[in-house]
Write a protein that binds this ligand. Structure first.
Ligand SMILES: Nc1ncnc2c1ncn2[C@@H]1O[C@H](COP(=O)(O)OP(=O)(O)O)[C@@H](O)[C@H]1O
Ligand SMILES: [Mg+2]
Ligand SMILES: [Zn+2]
Length: 283
């Protein structure tokens, strides 16, 4: 599937030098995809080369959030796949390969086969970071992906709400069990600041992400506010970091990107990625 050489992940058609990051959440709707897309843009703005694999089969949303209209290009003979790009970020969504009118029943082997194909057949070139938008929760698909990619570190997105941090905690414990290093916690929808008077309201509770970070003994990388234009930007394909890059949330995204970069490290050559026997589609 890939190899580690000189501390880098060597892919068939590219490499990853600083981080393979799986973005996880306990449940859907907490902003995992919004965070993935904006973090990618923030990293790219800091001079990094970034790719995203949209692997959340419960709702592919990265292309919509980041604003990708072009189709993924597949070369006829070689079947190599050229990712779509926006603001330099390369994006592959499993959703691009399925027909919207014929729902695919995603099971683990199918997802893993597609994932393996993306590592092998996508022309990524030289990436610093590859972000993976995982399905939410701790189901077998997530487990299988993490097992297959032992070099992936996990970034957990949660809202401060207790019900959200509880399920996010399960993701944390799963990552620990699988020996996937937790890169940190991102608390999304941490507060709402009134545009009239600047008063902060803690709509989903206060500091739940911070407490989760303490519980798991990992770092809280940032607390992102709830803002109307984040939702609007996501609907229109204008990630907020690109749209309005000097508001509270963009500054926080840029800070999170810096924190991620600070934690870059060489990939461990003693770990082995898992390969599917027989290749994609035959598992
Ligand atoms: N910080 C935020 N402020 C306002 N809206 C947000 C914020 N984060 C996410 N959203 C909105 O919440 C909804 C769910 O976000 P999404 O990223 O799709 O969640 P997930 O991937 O976890 O299911 C989207 O409509 C998105 O625009
Ligand atoms: Mg999502
Ligand atoms: Zn007010």
């Amino acid at each position: 599937m890939y190899e580690i050489k000189d501390g880098k992940i060597e892919l068939e058609h590219g490499s990853i030098s600083e981080g393979l990051i799986a973005i996880a959440s306990g449940k859907g709707g907490v902003g995992k995809s919004t965070v993935t897309a904006n973090l990618a843009v923030a990293l790219q703005n800091q001079g990094k080369n970034v790719g995203i694999i949209d692997a959340d089969v419960h709702g592919f949303s990265i292309p919509r959030i980041i604003g990708i209209e072009e189709e993924v290009k597949v070369e006829q003979e070689s079947e190599l796949i050229h990712p779509a790009q926006k603001m330099g970020v390369k994006v592959i969504s499993m959703g691009s390969f399925v027909n919207e009118k014929n729902p695919v029943i995603w099971r683990s082997p199918l997802l893993l086969g597609a994932l393996q194909q993306f590592f092998q057949d996508v022309v990524w070139d030289e990436l610093d970071y590859l972000l993976l938008d995982l399905p939410p929760g701790t189901g077998d698909m997530v487990l299988n992906i993490m097992q297959k990619l032992p070099h992936a570190r996990t970034l957990i997105v949660t809202t401060p709400q207790v019900t959200a941090t509880n399920v996010a905690g399960r993701v944390g414990h799963m990552a620990e069990k699988m020996d996937s290093e937790i890169l940190g916690i991102i608390e999304n929808m941490a507060y709402y600041e009134c545009s009239e008077c600047g008063n902060k309201e803690y709509i989903f509770g206060k500091n739940g992400g911070k407490e989760l970070a303490k519980l798991l003994n990992v770092d809280l990388l940032g607390q992102l506010p709830l803002m109307k234009h984040v939702r609007e930007g996501g609907d229109k394909g204008n990630p907020v970091v690109e749209e309005a890059n000097n508001d509270d949330i963009s500054r926080e995204f840029n800070k999170i990107a810096e924190e991620v970069i600070k934690r870059k490290k060489e990939f461990d050559p003693s770990l082995e990625p898992m390969d599917l026997k027989g290749g994609p589609g035959q598992a």
